[in-house]
Design a protein around this ligand. Structure first.
Ligand code: CUA
Length: 369
């Protein structure tokens, strides 16, 4: 009994201490854009009346149960009462008034957040198991090669700071294991970057919207918020907001086709990737590389895998670069060696690559700047 009490107390304390974290990139209470700010304002507005109701009701229960508890030396029955019309009308009308008052800001916020400004930048968010794809469907975000396709990225969504973005969210199933164009494992995800916007469901066959912007340049972390299978907890993403100059540079680079290395390990890796010499070629069955024959959308697009903004891969579970900016070769090698060994359930198969093949693939992928 004593031990249980200690354990419960420690548990409560540790939950409380979590609130002291200095590094909390997914803190709803620290909004960095107008959408998250509006949502926080509503939350705080409702929180105070809710706290008052909580204290009155729970305090009343505590007070009454202590004051009128059964005592050993007293065995007389207290007077038995049935019904009190005034009280009953009171505790029916009071909550109705509280709810009616709270409804006004709530409904107006819902309307406000549902607005889709015509000049917002259009990006389609595609939920896969277990990573996020971003398709820049805005008219001035088409690539310079191919049939004026959209810029496509995975894991990291890059946006211009201060600009309003209109996300179209949809779920595209299991990705790599899709056959004959019909996605398997169609599941519901939820797209959530706490410092920029609240959760929105990502549903197969439906299109939901989030309209948001980031006040300042910076990197904002996000997370799938709806259980969607084995790797739900590691279905992360980042939103990188750039200032105008960096944004223009990023767009120009993304519009270019992928580089084609002509010498060394990188070129050997490219040959293996595409199966040019009769060896390999499995990669292009699922991955797309802009400006080449690889155009599948079943797995993350790798056109600019090594661009500095592409901080993480495979559902942002692994860093593309070390803290000092050098390529994080070890993480990528481990991933290529056996994806399921480092991320159980990952849809990318183990192709039994040799260490030498892995080295060349790593060299190729890091050439895709
Ligand atoms: Cu996707 Cu949880």
């Amino acid at each position: 009994m004593r031990r249980t009490r200690w354990i419960l107390a420690l548990l409560a304390l540790s939950i409380l201490l979590v609130a002291c974290s200095k590094s909390a990139p997914q803190n709803t209470m620290n909004p960095k854009g107008p959408t998250a700010q509006t949502e926080k304002n509503l939350l705080v507005l409702v929180l105070w009346p809710a706290a008052a109701v909580f204290v009155i009701v729970e305090g009343g229960i505590l007070l009454i149960s202590i004051r009128f508890r059964h005592r050993k030396d007293r065995d007389r029955m207290p007077p038995q009462i049935h019904g009190n019309t005034r009280l009953e009308i009171g505790w029916t009308i009071a909550p109705a008034i509280v709810l009616a008052v709270i409804m006004v800001p709530t409904v107006s916020t819902i309307w406000q957040l549902a607005r889709q400004p015509a000049d917002a930048m259009q990006i389609t968010v595609e939920g896969y198991q277990w990573w996020w794809g971003f398709r820049y469907t805005d008219p001035d975000m088409t690539v310079s090669y191919g049939d004026h396709d959209a810029i496509v990225t995975a894991d990291v969504m890059v946006i211009p700071a201060g600009r309003t973005i209109d996300l179209s969210l949809t779920s595209l199933g299991g990705g790599a294991h899709s056959t004959s164009g019909v996605p398997d494992h169609e599941v519901i995800h939820s797209f959530w970057a706490p410092q920029l916007f609240g959760k929105q469901d990502v549903i197969p066959g439906e299109t939901n919207h989030i309209v948001f912007s980031a006040d300042e340049p910076g990197v904002y972390w996000g997370q799938c918020a709806e259980f969607c299978g084995l790797q739900h907890g590691k279905m992360k993403f980042r939103i990188s907001a750039l200032d105008e100059a960096d944004w223009q540079r990023w767009v120009a680079n993304q519009k270019d086709p992928a580089v084609k290395p002509t010498v060394g390990a990188a070129q050997q890796g490219m040959d293996l990737f595409f199966g040019t010499n009769g060896v390999g070629g499995q990669c292009i069955q699922c991955h797309g590389v802009g400006g080449t024959a690889a155009s599948s959308t079943a797995a993350p697009n790798l056109t600019h895998f090594a661009a500095t903004t592409h901080e993480c891969f495979a559902g942002c579970d692994f860093q593309v670069f070390n803290p000092d900016g050098t390529p994080n070769v070890e993480a990528l090698k481990a991933w290529l060696r056996d994806p399921n060994a480092v991320k159980l359930g990952a849809k990318m198969p183990d192709y039994g690559l040799t260490e030498q093949q892995i080295d060349t693939l790593v060299a190729y992928l890091y050439s895709l700047k």
